[in-house]
Ligand binder design. Structure first.
Ligand SMILES: Nc1ncnc2c1ncn2[C@@H]1O[C@H](COP(=O)(O)OP(=O)(O)O)[C@@H](O)[C@H]1O
Ligand SMILES: [Mg+2]
Ligand SMILES: [Zn+2]
Length: 508
């Protein structure tokens, strides 16, 4: 007898439907799976057989053929255990196949017949919804994620026994034993925890408002990491659409904790500088998102920027430019969203103390030059704001109140973004001052005459390139947006000139 169970796989972060066809016929006992390459699916046969027996069902001593269609698509992982097991039970008349018709089933099985959560449930649920499927059966640990959409009926099951019970009209398992909502509530940071540093905080606010990338230059212990960690607290809250994508990325990476639903906070990723290219950009035989994608809709913090491998930094250009990465494989090319706020830090020199009034720098001028040249021009070109961060003095560290600060800053950031929406909103895509195409920047941002004169004079005096001039214009415009000024004025340009990072790269 033949049975069909719908399931789903993922490529990149896109889900696709899979038909699990199970045929049981008289013949020498055998268990054959076709239409798939991954060894995990082959190993799945043993798990399925044990799970069926241990859940109190009969494993047929017949010829079993399982076909996963479409055949061309790579179907990785143990996510098909549960649909295969249900298919077998349906094909052998142990359960009623009727209710399976309009339902998608995913889940791994343990040998004892209980279910284990799998990655990529949210993308599968999105696909199922699009295909007009009405319900999705998932391990209890995946219930929060599957419920995020709200329109699919979610049937959490703790094991094969409960799955059979649900199909004959019983209640699904509640996920109260496993937390269904997002659990971890990491300490909320606030900008007020960083004492002093008014200049750096202002730069952070401007970066958040115009979506500018930011580089902080300062000695160890100056508070760069502290500042970077607080960037998410002054960004607008995640929209639902952003959250769905960010959650899908974490889901396929297996980074959603069991039971968690949609991500509520903007991601903050701080990969170590020893990270490999695939780790940063994404990759692997079955393409997995890298750090740039895990930071999607959030913040990517690159501490000690010059210490990163040059090829890794070069590879950041595509996501910085396009907001996604493409990973090419022989069978397919996947595109994974990677639109993040970049915040980076570096020491002013290898020893870290160049320009420090209290400590002596031990580096030779040649060593300092080599250190800075590690950063490529094209990467620096995408960092609009470069700000020196000095170590705070004793007085600064003691001063200042404990009034929360992030929320007020976030409101200003949102108001400034509203101005940008008004300016660029008709263009279809979402644009902020940092990323809007130069053509539109030049057309729509026309500084007052005096402001243009100051910018022009700076170009001559500092030998600014045209690119650097546009960076200046972008930052000045964000400063004007924060001030609520429709026109870019001289003071805005003058302030923007301060965020050029002490000419540290000699190129701008
Ligand atoms: N402005 C500041 N306000 C409060 N604490 C600070 C400040 N700057 C530095 N610190 C303290 O110094 C430590 C080191 O700061 P950190 O952000 O790691 O510096 P960096 O990343 O520049 O090396 C912090 O954990 C914090 O305790
Ligand atoms: Mg640090
Ligand atoms: Zn030094």
């Amino acid at each position: 007898m033949l049975s069909i169970v719908l399931s789903g796989g993922v490529t990149g972060i896109e889900g696709y439907m899979v038909r699990v066809e199970t045929d049981v016929t008289r013949g020498l006992p055998a268990f054959v799976t076709v239409g798939l390459g991954d060894s995990a699916v082959r190993e799945g046969r043993d798990r399925v057989a044990s799970a069926i027996r241990n859940a109190g069902f009969r494993f047929p001593m017949d010829r079993i053929t399982v076909n996963l269609a479409p055949a061309g698509v790579r179907k990785e992982g143990a996510r098909f255990d549960l649909p295969i097991a249900l298919g077998l039970l349906a094909a052998t008349g142990q359960i009623d196949p009727g209710p399976l018709e309009r339902m998608v089933v995913v889940g791994e099985l343990a040998l004892d017949g209980s279910t284990r959560p799998v990655g990529g449930v949210l993308p599968v649920a999105l696909t199922a919804e699009r295909e007009g499927v009405s319900a999705i059966m998932v391990p209890t640990g995946n219930a929060g994620e599957a419920s995020a959409l709200g329109s699919l009926r979610v049937l959490p099951v703790a094991g094969l026994g409960s799955a059979a019970r649900v199909l004959s009209g019983g209640e699904p398992d509640s996920c109260s034993s496993v937390p269904c909502a997002a659990v971890s509530d990491v300490a909320r940071y606030d900008l007020s925890e960083v004492k002093g540093q008014r200049f750096a905080k202002r730069a952070l606010e401007i970066a958040a408002a115009g979506n500018h990338n930011l580089l902080m230059i300062g000695p160890p212990g100056a508070g760069k990491t502290m500042l970077a960690r607080r960037l998410p607290t002054i960004l607008p809250p995640l929209t639902r659409g952003e959250s769905v994508i960010a959650t899908a990325i974490h889901s396929v990476s297996g980074l959603l904790s069991p039971g968690s639903g949609l991500l509520e906070r903007r991601p903050f990723r701080a990969p170590h500088h020893a990270i490999s290219g695939p780790g940063m950009i994404g990759g692997g035989r079955v393409p997995q998102p890298g750090e740039v994608s895990l930071a999607h809709a959030g913040v990517l913090f690159l501490d000690e920027l010059p210490e990163f491998r040059r090829d890794v930094l070069e590879a950041l250009r595509q996501p910085l430019e396009d907001g996604y990465v493409t990973i090419a494989r022989s069978m397919m090319t996947v595109r994974i969203p990677a639109s993040f706020a970049l915040i980076a830090s570096m020491n002013p020199c290898p020893c870290g103390h160049l320009g420090d009034p209290t400590r002596k720098c031990l580096c030779t001028p040649a060593a300092v030059r080599r250190y800075r040249l590690k950063l490529s021009g094209p990467l620096l070109d995408r960092i609009d704001i470069r700000v020196p961060v000095a170590a705070p003095g004793f007085k600064e560290l003691r001063g200042g109140g404990d009034e929360p600060e992030s929320e007020a800053v976030r409101r200003r950031v949102e108001a400034a973004r509203e101005m940008q929406r008004d300016r660029y909103g008709d263009l279809g895509d979402v644009w902020w001052n940092a990323g809007v195409p130069v053509r539109i920047l030049v057309e729509r941002v026309r500084p007052a005459r005096e402001a243009t004169e100051i910018a022009g004079a700076a170009m001559d005096r500092l030998g600014l390139s045209v690119r650097a001039y546009h960076r200046l214009l972008r930052v000045a415009r964000t400063i004007a947006d924060l001030a609520g000024d429709e026109t870019t004025l001289a003071p805005h340009v003058l302030e923007a000139l301060q965020y050029r990072g002490c000419g540290q790269d000699g190129r701008s």
